[in-house]
Design a protein around this ligand. Structure first.
Ligand code: SF4
Length: 705
């Protein structure tokens, strides 16, 4: 029964980067009633199956409740002193780059800010990277190359204003369901809205597609270079915009022509028919309001950054950016991937979108934090970081709110690296994960519904996550744990925080230090009282004053960018083959991704029986022709092997995947299923620029188990 007296509290969903607002109310049994927040501009009351089931996932069962060292419970003071002393000793003996943090898009912005401040600002190493590296680092790199800043120009309202929505590299219906619901509703209201889905698989998102382009895995650059070349050849370009607001067009179009000047060449590279290409290109050329929405199918590739720029090039060529119903739109996977980007969670950036290699930025941050130790070099990106643990260069790692033994490619190597690392500290709210099993020190953190702070969603909107329930045992906020370790390492003056609002204010002030016109400007939120912070409604950056009403902001509408010249940059890109090729030993290409009702490594969604019913165990989708060729029966177990490892999963014969392709979900792990881990198979090859791994293409073999 619902307690009639307790009001509904507004907060934010724990899962994807749509960042839906929820309202929650504790029940008499200690769970939560959940409903969508009708006032939140991400979802206007909608929720997907995962959001609706949030209340079923708040339980004390399986929670990490007490600090421990080598399996023995200890008090917080002992744990903090131990971690600080071990980190300090290793730094003294081996240097500051012998330690690292690996953090997560599940952290709140305040947690992220403090972790980055300790590692880059006071330990003095760039070695803090985040699982967001696996999610959107190619978009970050592509944005920075084109715009001079990591800026998503548009907002969700554009999805309802567009005349064409190109959804590329995203099963939106399962991975960002509320955005899919918004597009579907708009299409019902306005049937002329054209939806084009570009994906090797015929996913559920294709249900609303006017056209599905099942391109060959990895051929996105060829497709969008073909589009740029088509626009040029058919005199469809917005020359006035190109001349006034961009640089590098000639070189980009020259590369595009070389790559794809002949539509038959594009057809050969992408596996699409000339007719399909002409239909798509013609529609794109003649329609002004186009949103290209993209996600992991673009980002998770050894050519992820180039793929992003091939999309941005087409929008720049048409001047379709920052306008209502028009623009490229990177949707992030995690609830706070964007917040982490803001405060320097990636190893190659400084806090508040400031840059390594910029002496002014370095001085501003050093003065503001009153430190003379600010890192001068970027640190190691996720895959390099775990390689450095494996080869002994990094001797202490602190992992916060993530499960890399399941989620990183070549997962067995990650486990091996952690097993031989002299110090592995893990902060988590779950006791038993593949990663906590590798820890020397375990630190209990508060989970969603217990912690308080902010997150930023894919449309740059900052929302509050609020405390709804008490924390079991001795779990603490991540920012508190990091601050206590920092104090014990001798950095007490810089980590005196008593409340998350103080951290948010410090961060918001930082965004105004350079007095520059900038995208990430939170100076309007820079001096919030605790009460204002507590009551803060969603705010979309830039924020020059607290906004009580919902606004929908776009950037770059004026054609001014954050590059040195103020002009957007076309980037000349060319199609490259995938890192590894299929061959006689590994003849099939494996794709990976999320399923509708699970999240990451299932530590939360796995607690809901309702969610578990959708796809109860790991599976591999196999085209019927391949199933016959390899003598596989639906529902039986198959063994998959790649150059990196093997996995056993149940066969799902499905026409959703084309011949020669397989699909496996990413969620299962050693705790829930001993053999269904897709990351045992995945190649650790990464994009040279972004460091993002190629999760979408690994050559594999398949055989009946
Ligand atoms: Fe949560 Fe994403 Fe579903 Fe919204 S769409 S309810 S943020 S999982």
């Amino acid at each position: 029964a619902i307690d009639k007296v307790t009001p509904w509290v507004k907060s934010t969903c724990a899962y994807c980067g749509v960042g839906c607002g929820i309202e929650a109310k504790p029940t008499a049994s200690g769970q939560l009633d959940i409903r969508g927040d009708a006032d939140h501009p991400a979802n206007y009351g909608r929720l997907c199956s995962k959001g609706l089931a949030l209340g079923e996932t708040v339980t004390h069962d399986g929670r990490l409740q007490y600090p421990s060292i080598d399996g023995q419970n200890v008090d917080w003071n002992s744990a903090i002193k131990h971690v600080a002393a071990q980190f300090s000793d290793i730094i003294e003996q081996h240097g500051k780059d012998a330690v690292a943090f690996y953090v997560s898009g599940q952290l709140l912005t305040e947690d992220y800010y403090v972790a980055n401040k300790l590692m880059k600002g006071f330990i003095g190493s760039g070695n803090i990277d985040t699982n967001s590296r696996l999610c959107m680092s190619s978009s970050v790199a592509g944005h920075k190359r084109a715009f001079g800043s990591d800026t998503v120009p548009g907002c969700y309202e554009d999805l309802e204003l567009a005349d064409i929505i190109v959804i590329t590299g995203s099963n939106l219906a399962w991975c960002h369901p509320v955005l899919y619901q918004r597009i579907k509703a708009e299409k019902q209201r306005r049937p002329n809205l054209q939806v084009i889905v570009i994906d090797p698989r015929k996913t559920d998102t294709c249900e609303i597609a006017n056209q599905h382009l099942a391109l060959k895995a990895g051929s996105d650059v060829a497709l969008f270079n073909g589009l740029l070349s088509y626009l040029n050849q058919h005199h469809q370009l917005n020359n006035a915009y190109i001349n006034a607001h961009t640089e590098g067009f000639e070189q980009a179009v020259e590369h595009a022509n070389k790559d794809a000047g002949d539509i038959a060449a594009v057809a050969a590279k992408t596996g699409l028919s000339i007719e399909q290409l002409n239909t798509f290109y013609r529609l794109y050329a003649k329609t002004d309001k186009v949103v290209t929405l993209y996600s992991q199918g673009v980002n998770q590739s050894i050519q992820g950054t180039d793929k992003v720029n091939s999309i941005l090039n087409c929008h720049l060529a048409m001047g379709r950016i920052g306008k209502p119903g028009s623009g490229p739109f990177s949707v992030t996977g995690q609830p706070n991937a964007m917040g982490g980007r803001e405060v320097g969670g990636l190893a190659n950036t400084l806090a508040s979108h400031m840059d390594f290699g910029n002496p002014t930025h370095h001085q501003l941050i050093s003065d503001y934090w009153q430190t003379d130790s600010l890192a001068t070099q970027p640190g190691l990106k996720a895959i390099e970081l775990f390689d450095a643990i494996d080869n002994g260069k990094i001797k202490a790692i602190w992992i916060m709110a993530t499960n890399p033994v399941v989620s990183l490619p070549d997962a067995e190597k990650i486990k091996r690296a952690l097993k031989k690392c002299p110090l592995v500290v893990v902060s988590d709210c779950i006791a038993d994960t593949d990663t906590t099993r590798c820890a020397d020190v375990l630190l209990p953190a508060q989970g969603w519904s217990e912690k308080s702070g902010t997150v930023t969603n894919s449309e740059r909107r900052i929302s509050r996550q609020r405390r709804l329930l008490p924390t079991p045992g001795e779990g603490k906020p991540d920012w508190w744990i990091i601050s206590e370790v920092a104090k014990s390492m001798g950095f007490a003056k810089a980590f005196t925080y008593q409340h998350e609002a103080e951290i948010f204010n410090e961060y918001a002030i930082m965004t105004g230090l350079d007095n520059a016109k900038r995208d990430l400007n939170l100076t309007g939120l820079a001096h919030l009282t605790t009460e204002q912070y507590s009551q803060l409604p969603p705010q979309q950056w830039p924020v020059l004053h607290i906004e009580k009403k919902i606004t929908h902001k776009r950037l770059f509408a004026d054609g001014c960018f954050f590059t040195p010249s103020g002009k957007a940059q076309f980037i000349a890109v060319q199609h490259q083959p995938t890192a590894l090729q299929c061959n006689t030993d590994y003849p099939l290409s494996l794709n990976s991704g999320r399923i509708r009702d699970q999240w990451h490594t299932m530590t939360r969604t796995g607690l809901s029986a309702r969610l578990g019913a959708h796809k109860p165990e790991p599976f591999v989708s196999v085209n019927p022709v391949d199933a016959e060729h390899y003598a596989l029966q639906h529902g039986t177990i198959a063994t998959l092997a790649s150059p990196f490892g093997s996995a056993q999963v149940r066969v799902d014969i499905s026409k959703q995947v084309n011949q020669g392709q397989l699909f496996m979900p990413i969620h299962w792990n050693n705790v829930t299923s001993s053999a269904g881990k897709v990351c045992n198979l995945i190649s650790p090859k990464t994009d040279d620029i972004s460091g993002q791994p190629e999760f979408k293409f690994t050559p594999v073999s398949i055989a009946s188990f």
